[in-house]
Design a protein. Structure first.
Length: 119
């Protein structure tokens, strides 16, 4: 006789949960970090009202972050939080929003460029 365990999950259900988790994490990155970074970058160029470009850039940032580890995602999150502080706070700490934007973009893009060149 074959005993069936009520605690075992079918293989397809585990794959579905992993895929759902991937899409939820991607949506979270898109809505938080991607839109914030894209909005800041496009504001610098005077294109903040162009929503197609904003969401395209936000989607690209989210995709680039999905293939990174949690340390890089944490650094980017910290950078975005600091970048969105009030102007008076940034001036008090001698920080510039343009420099912070460049640092956050470098954190996202340098690992991709490194892997393309050296691998």
């Amino acid at each position: 006789m074959q005993q069936s365990s009520s605690h075992s999950k079918p293989q397809g259900e585990a794959k579905d949960w992993g895929l759902l988790k991937f899409f939820l994490f991607g949506g979270f990155l898109f809505l938080t970090l991607g839109v914030s970074l894209a909005n800041e970058a496009l504001t610098r160029f005077g294109m903040q009202d162009n929503y197609v470009v904003l969401f395209s850039l936000a989607f690209t940032v989210a995709v680039l972050l999905l293939i990174r580890n949690l340390f890089i995602i944490g650094l980017v999150t910290f950078g975005v939080i600091v970048m969105n502080l009030p102007e008076a706070t940034l001036v008090a700490y001698n920080l510039d929003q343009d420099v912070l934007l460049a640092v956050v973009c470098a954190i996202i893009l340098v690992p991709s460029a490194y892997s393309m060149v050296f691998k």
